[in-house]
Design a protein around this ligand. Sequence first.
Ligand code: LLP
Length: 441
Amino acid sequence: MNERTTLKAADNGHLIIGGCDALELAKEFGTPLYVFDEAYIRAMMRVYKKTIESRYGGNGNVLYASKAFSCEAVYRIAQQENIGCDAVSGGELYTALKAGFNPANIYVHGNNKLFYELEEAVDAGVGGIVLDSISEAEVLDGICRAKSKTQDVLIRINPGVEAHTHAFVQTARTDSKFGFSISDGSALEIINGVLALKNIRLKGFHCHIGSQIFEKQSFVLAADKMMDFIKHVKDETGFVASVLNMGGGFGIYYTDDDPKLKEEDYATYLTALIDGIKGKAKELNLPEPYLLIEPGRSIVGESGITLYTVGTIKDIPGIKKYVAVDGGMFEAPRYALYQSKYCAAKADDVNAPCTQVVSIAGKCCESGDLVAADVRLPEVKKGDILVVFSTGAYHYSMASNYNRNFVPAAVLVKDGKADIIVKRQNYEDLVRNDVIPERLK
Ligand code: LLP
């Protein structure tokens, strides 16, 4: 168990999160259940915000990458913590606005934003749109012209930095679908194109090198390359970027394969990035850009746990033991997608010694449907409540209704109080959009 969060073991061995007994939560709200620790989310938002304040004179902001976990309550928390957010679809933008988020602090992303998404972003008055193609820039310019508005934009640049993470979550390799490559000259081409457009105003550049990254050097190298690029653009076009968005990507603890970072370690990561930018600005005689960062996983990932009820247990002697739970790839898709690793425990005795290695199987009709493989657990029996840790990021947000299973409820816990922030779906939700055409009646 990762002691850094407000997770702890009560005297009776029960898991406590945000002052709530996990067994009571399971009983009250049912399982599977996503549980989010509000204090943890706020602490992580603050650590980034404070580091920008103390190490960079407040010349920047944190944009919570809401793809990690998007629902109205989490935008409320971000707004209260006085940070911005990044929205990557009309749906995320809609949710943020519905939660009352200040549009000026929303940045809109996406490699293929749809016409209506661009229009909605302009109508809302978002702080920035991060462009990912020249055709998109032209469409946006047309939308702004028609509405007699000017929209601030950034251009997504691919600095070509490879970080050690799963190939699917690396986004700044030269073969990435995202951004414009510095190395092949395509970045400079789009900048000239965007500068020629009258209804969009180029403010600077964005990059994002990938996710679940622990190497400080990768971030510093990307910042270095971006600053060199800003200088190159200045020399070639006269345009001086005033905003630099370095994306997200800081890693979190899932298993002992990952370092266990403390809040101050994340401050150290960000400080290294800031120092790199400051040093480069001085060296290249550039103004220090307004810095944006977009952490998602590191803000919500370790704030979240998922509670399950154990069902069928199947031991294939000498081969494998499956402990099936009432969830699966529909609410925990990361094993199926990336073979992601997790730690788990028995919620009524979190520190019980582990005596076996099992696969936690889901209930979907698919062999690859595991919540996690090769997990160390104590003996468990049908009806026990299992907890899987570090499920706050990219679980609820990537959940589906595969096999017509329900997306579970999410509760937010703080100081012993638990509130529903996402209701559990029901059968009616599953058929809400189904239509039987007349000719089938
Ligand atoms: N900014 C941009 C432009 C991004 O594409 C991402 C993540 C972030 C920020 C936030 O990165 P973070 O701080 O969360 O690492 N579904 C995958 C992760 C995909 C990440 C996509 N982009 C997973 O479950 O591991």
